[in-house]
Design a protein around this ligand. Structure first.
Ligand code: DGJ
Length: 781
C-alpha cells in the first residue's frame, strides 16, 4: 500500500507485505529518505519524528543548501535523488547542461499523486500485473529555473519496489541531459557488503563479494549490451549474511544496454546506491516539450539471507516480468544443431539428427546457425535471411514440414541485429550499419551491428522476420547477438544526437521484439548473446528464456547457473547437455552430471546423438522421461541454494510444497572425507515425504586398473578385453530411500558413504570429481 501523509511537509509510506519504505520532503524541498527495512507500523506523521535525521549544524566545510536553512547540507542527507552543484559531493542522479553552459541543477518538490495505474514508460519494458494495474506513486520536482520537471515513479509489485524517473522540458530552449539514473537509495550506515556478478564469454555470472567500508564500487557495462562483464543485477547485504539469514537488498535494472550501478560510502557514514543507464557516452538533447524516460529499476529486501532474496526475485520475474503464452507453460526439451554440426548443415543431416532426437523423447528440433545465404563460416551472409538452396533445397518451409512430420516442433536460429559486409543487405544498405563515416571500423566476429536507432531498419527487421515466421511452421526462435559495440555511431541521427545512439538502439530492439512477440504469440523466443551477454530483465520482458552461456561444461555451468540463480528463476535459464570432452574446456564429465546440471534450467541437448553409444542413448531417453515427470518443479518451483563451494547443493520445491528435487554436486573428490549429508530446503516441516534417489549405474571402466582386484584374470587397462567387460558389466549404484517429516529431512540426510579406496558395492556412492546426484521428495499423505 502507498500512503501520503501531510502536515506540514508531505511524507510517503510504501508498504509491501514484509517491508516499509519511507521518505519525506525536507524543508528545502528535496526528498529525504527515512527508512527501508522490515515492515513497521506507521500510524501517522507524529511517528516519523523518530525516523527523521536530526539536522542541526552541517559538518565543517560542507556547503549550505541556502541561507534560509542553515542546518542543511545536501552532502549529509539521505536523498531520493541528487543533482550536481548544490553541495552533494556523491554520485549524482541527474546531470544537466543548460543552454548557458552551466551544470548546477536544483529540483524542489512540487506535487505528487497516487494512482492504481503503472506509469507508461513509452517503449521501455516495465513490470506489470495481469490486470494492468499497480500501486503507483508519482512525485514531481520543479527545477529552480522553472523550465524542467523531474518525475520520480514508485510502483509496488509483491515485495519489489520499482522505480523509474523522467525529465520534462517545459521551457523554450533545449537542454542537454548527461545523466538520468533510475534509482538512488541512500542508507544510513556503512560497511555493507556487495555481491555482484561479473565475467566474460563462457564465464558468465561469476559471483564476487566485497565489503565496502569506504569509497565507491562501480558495476557497469559499456558494451552496448547489459553484458557478461557485469550483470545489472547485484545485492547489498549485511557482511555476515548467509543463504538463510541476514538482511539483503537485491537490485535489478529492466534494461538491456549500457548500465551503471555504483555503491558509494560517504565520509559521514551513509551509503548511496545508484542504478541506471551508463552516463559514459550518454548525452540526450531534450527539446522544449520533450520528455526523457529512464528505465525501470527494481529493488527488493529480505531478512532471510540470499535464498530469501532469490525467492522474492524469482517470484517477481516469473509473475511481473515474463509475459505471454509461455509465462507458466512448461518449456519443451530441445535438440539444438550447433555443437553437432556447426555450419555444416543440410536437410538430410538435420533430418537424421531430428529422427535420433525424436527416438529419445526430445520435443523440439532447433536448426542453429549456417542455414542462410552463403553461410559456411562466420564471415558472411548475416542479414540475408533466406535459406541456402544447396543446404535446404526445399527451403526452411520443407524442412520444418518434415521435422513436424516426425512429431517434433521446429525452431530456428537468427541474429537479426547483425550484418556481414559480405551480404546482400550490406551491399544494398551500407548506411543501415553502425560505424563512423570515413573511419575504419573495428569488427567483432567479422560482423557489424545494424543501426536499430533508425526506424527504417526496425521496419525492415519486423518485415523480414515476420515473413520468415509466416512462411514456415516455426514454433521457436533463438535470437542471437554475437558481438559488442564498437565505433557506435548512428548514421540516422544528427551530430548533436549521437550521444543518444546506444539508448535509441535499445529502444529500437525493444520495438522489434515487442512487435514480433505480439504478432507471433505461440512462438517460444529464446534470447542469446554469445551465451549470456544480454541476460537481463529487459530481454526477459519479451523472451521468457535466455541461453545462459556458450559454456556447457558441467563444472563451469554449475557455477554459472548458481550465479544466475541469485536473481533469475530457473525457467529463464536455458541449459544443454553436450558432448564429452566438452567443446569449450575439453573436460570429461559424466553424462549423469551433465544431465543433472542442465535439468536445473530449461533442458536441452546439443550434441550429435547419432554418434553416442547405445548405452548413452538409452540413458538420455531415461533422463528425458524423468525430466518430463519433474519439469514443472524444476522449471517453476521455489529454488533454494544450500552449500556452495566444493559442494553445490540445490533444492527445487513445487509451489504447493508436495514435491521437490534435490541436487548435490562435487567439484573435486577428497580422501578421508567426512560422512556426507544432503540438506534439502523449503520442505513443509510437518509433512511426511518419501526421499529417494534413482540408481546411477557405474561403467566398470571408470574403476581403471582396480578391475584386477576383482577379475579372475589380469585385465590390461584400456585393452579390448577391458572394453568388452565394460560393455557387458556395469557396477551397481547406491540408492537412498527414506520416509520422514520435512523437518527431519531438512536437518540433514546421512547419505551412503562415498568411495574411499577401501571397497565398493551397491551401498557405496561412486563419488569422484564432478559427480552429482538428484534426490526426489514426494509428500506421502
Ligand atoms: C553463439 C551462440 O551462443 C551459440 O549457441 C551459437 O548459436 C552460435 N552463436 C552460432 O553462431
Amino acid at each position: 500500500m502507498i500512503r501520503r501523509l501531510d502536515d506540514p511537509r508531505p511524507a510517503f509510506v510504501l508498504d509491501t507485505e514484509k517491508s516499509t519504505y519511507v521518505f519525506r520532503i525536507l524543508p528545502t524541498g528535496q526528498p529525504e529518505h527515512l527508512y527501508y527495512g522490515p515492515r513497521i507500523p506507521i500510524a501517522g506523521m507524529q511517528d516519523l519524528a523518530a525516523l527523521e535525521e536530526k539536522h542541526v549544524f552541517p559538518p565543517g566545510n560542507t556547503i549550505l543548501y541556502d541561507q534560509e536553512h542553515p542546518e542543511y547540507t545536501l552532502e549529509d542527507c539521505c536523498l531520493e535523488f541528487s543533482s550536481l552543484g548544490k553541495g552533494d559531493q556523491r554520485e549524482p542522479f541527474v546531470e544537466i547542461r543548460f543552454p548557458d553552459g552551466s551544470r548546477s541543477s536544483d529540483f524542489r518538490f512540487s506535487d505528487a499523486e497516487i494512482t492504481d495505474t503503472p506509469p507508461d514508460l513509452e517503449g521501455l519494458p516495465s513490470a506489470y500485473r495481469e490486470d494492468g494495474k499497480a500501486e503507483h506513486l508519482a512525485v514531481w520536482f520543479t527545477e529552480a529555473g522553472g523550465s524542467l520537471v523531474l518525475e520520480l515513479h514508485y510502483c509496488i509489485f509483491g515485495e519489489c519496489i520499482c522505480r523509474s524517473a523522467a525529465l520534462r522540458n517545459e521551457g523554450n530552449e533545449a537542454v542537454e541531459l548527461n545523466r538520468l539514473l533510475s534509482l538512488q537509495l541512500d542508507i544510513q550506515g556503512c560497511g555493507f557488503s556487495i555481491t555482484s556478478f561479473h565475467g566474460a564469454w563462457t564465464k558468465e555470472m561469476q559471483r564476487s563479494t566485497l565489503a565496502l567500508p569506504a569509497g565507491k564500487y562501480v558495476m557497469e557495462s559499456r558494451a552496448g549490451t547489459s553484458s557478461s562483464y557485469m550483470n545489472p543485477f547485484f545485492l547489498l547485504h549485511a557482511p555476515d549474511a548467509s543463504e538463510e539469514h541476514g538482511a539483503c537488498i537485491g537490485f535489478h535494472l529492466i534494461y538491456s544496454g549500457n548500465h551503471y550501478e555504483a555503491v558509494e560510502v560517504s565520509p559521514y557514514g551513509k551509503t548511496r546506491v545508484v542504478s541506471g543507464i551508463n552516463p559514459l557516452g550518454f548525452r540526450y538533447l531534450l527539446q522544449p516539450g520533450e520528455r526523457f524516460i529512464a528505465p525501470q529499476a527494481v529493488m527488493c529486501r529480505s531478512d532471510a539471507g540470499f535464498s530469501g532474496i532469490s525467492e522474492e526475485l524469482h517470484f517477481f520475474v516469473r509473475e511481473h516480468v515474463i509475459r505471454g503464452r509461455w509465462k507458466h507453460k512448461p518449456r519443451p526439451v530441445l535438440l539444438n544443431s550447433w555443437e553437432a554440426c556447426y555450419f555444416n548443415i543440410s536437410e538430410s543431416r538435420l533430418l537424421s539428427l531430428a529422427k535420433a532426437a525424436k527416438k529419445l523423447g526430445i520435443e523440439l528440433f532447433v536448426m542453429d546457425d549456417g542455414w542462410f545465404g552463403e553461410r559456411n563460416d562466420d564471415s558472411c551472409s548475416l542479414g540475408d535471411w533466406e535459406a541456402n538452396p544447396k543446404k535446404l533445397p526445399g527451403g526452411v518451409e520443407r524442412l520444418a514440414r518434415k521435422v513436424r512430420a516426425l512429431g517434433l516442433d521446429f525452431g530456428i536460429w537468427v541474429e537479426p541485429e547483425m550484418v556481414n559486409t559480405k551480404s546482400r543487405l550490406y551491399a544494398q544498405h551500407p548506411d543501415w550499419v553502425m560505424s563512423v563515416p570515413g573511419r575504419a571500423h573495428s569488427e567483432g566476429r567479422n560482423q557489424r551491428i545494424l543501426d536499430l536507432a533508425n526506424p527504417a531498419v526496425q521496419e525492415h527487421l519486423i518485415e523480414t522476420l515476420s515473413r520468415l515466421l509466416s512462411t514456415a511452421e516455426i514454433s521457436y526462435v533463438k535470437w542471437d547477438f554475437n558481438r559488442v559495440f564498437s565505433d557506435a555511431f548512428s548514421p540516422s541521427l544528427s551530430a548533436a544526437r549521437q550521444g543518444e545512439t546506444a539508448h535509441r538502439y535499445i529502444l529500437g530492439v525493444y520495438r522489434v521484439m515487442r512487435t514480433l512477440t505480439e504478432r507471433f504469440q505461440e512462438v517460444l523466443f529464446e534470447g542469446c548473446a554469445s551465451g549470456g551477454n544480454r541476460f537481463d530483465l529487459g530481454i526477459l520482458s519479451y523472451f521468457p528464456q535466455i541461453w545462459g552461456s556458450d559454456n556447457t561444461d558441467a563444472l563451469c555451468r554449475v557455477r554459472i547457473q548458481e550465479g544466475y540463480s541469485f536473481g533469475y528463476p530457473q525457467s529463464t535459464v536455458s541449459a544443454h547437455v553436450s558432448a564429452s570432452p566438452n567443446h569449450q574446456t575439453l573436460r570429461d564429465t559424466p553424462l549423469d552430471t551433465r544431465f543433472h546440471v542442465a535439468a536445473f534450467g530449461v533442458l536441452g541437448y546439443e550434441c550429435d546423438l547419432r554418434d553416442l553409444p547405445k548405452r548413452q542413448r538409452e540413458q538420455i531417453a531415461a533422463d528425458i522421461a524423468l525430466y518430463k515427470e519433474w519439469r514443472e518443479v524444476l522449471q517453476f518451483g521455489r529454488f533454494y541454494r544450500g552449500r556452495t563451494g566444493n559442494l553445490h547443493e540445490w533444492t527445487c520445491v513445487s509451489p504447493d510444497g508436495r514435491r521437490a528435487v534435490g541436487f548435490l554436486f562435487q567439484e573435486l573428490a577428497e580422501t578421508a572425507a567426512a560422512s556426507e549429508l544432503y540438506f534439502p530446503r523449503g520442505l513443509d516441516p510437518e509433512r511426511r515425504y518419501r526421499f529417494y534417489s534413482v540408481e546411477q549405474k557405474v561403467d566398470t571402466i571408470r574403476f581403471g586398473s582396480l578391475i584386477n582386484t576383482q577379475a579372475p584374470f589380469h585385465v590390461k587397462q584400456g585393452s579390448l578385453l577391458h572394453r568388452i567387460i565394460d560393455h557387458y558389466l556395469r557396477q551397481p549404484g547406491e540408492t537412498e530411500d527414506y520416509t520422514a517429516a520435512g523437518a527431519l529431512l531438512m536437518a540433514g540426510i546421512k547419505l551412503s558413504p562415498a568411495f574411499a579406496g577401501t571397497g565398493y558395492n551397491e551401498k557405496v556412492r561412486f563419488w569422484t570429481d564432478f559427480s552429482s546426484r538428484l534426490y526426489f521428495m514426494e509428500a506421502i499423505d
